[in-house]
Design a protein around this ligand. Sequence first.
Ligand code: AMP
Length: 236
Amino acid sequence: MNNLSSIDPKSPSTLHARSNLLIIILLGPPGAGKGTHAGPLSQRLHIPHISTGDLFRENIRQKTPLGLQIQEIMSQGSLVPDALVLEMLFDRISKKDCEKGFILDGFPRTLPQAQTLFTEFPNLLALYFDLPDETLVERIVGRLACKQCGKPYHRQFDPPKQTGLCDQCKTPLIQREDDREEIVRKRLQIYKDQTQPVIDFFAQKPDVLKEIPSFGSKDQIFLRILQAISIDLLRN
Ligand code: AMP
């Protein structure tokens, strides 16, 4: 159930509570680094990292009714319908661990998703990462993740110490089905058609969108993220 939809958005106490929330959304094409920085950022800010893609993959793994409904859509690289995404997301962010805020990765991906989120949380901060298509393809098709703990790796740029095994838990690494090149190119096209309008939507709102230059090392980029957030926090 979408608990937040039952909150009266005009109630002053509700607005006050929400204005204290730290809500960060990570925007950008697949492979731009959203997932890489989301984990460390979550640890630094003590708010949960919520990836709609991870939530869907967990539903598929557990064979829930939602998982069975979206399995085919996801394996083809298409977008899950807005109503299903919104219901799942609002259910997740109504949990207790989100009461101080949260980091969203992979959401919003369509204009209706963005409008719904912004209506509920007008104080959100959007961090935008971008890279050329060929760099994105190279990054994504080499991507691997631990089957057990989800730790990300890259065949070339960030290989595990022992080929095919997670450094942390020694579980085999897997490639996502939708990280195959032909599906990746389709996902990039969907991003251009459906998610680019989301960037334009937030760019029109004053002080919401911060572009994070995505060249340089992981640490350099993370530092830029922290600077963008602290400047914003000082403003409030
Ligand atoms: P990601 O892990 O963010 O790359 O997402 C993997 C897949 O999950 C996408 O290609 C979509 O099929 C689905 N998905 C994740 N988030 C959303 C969303 N906000 N809207 C629609 N589909 C989504």
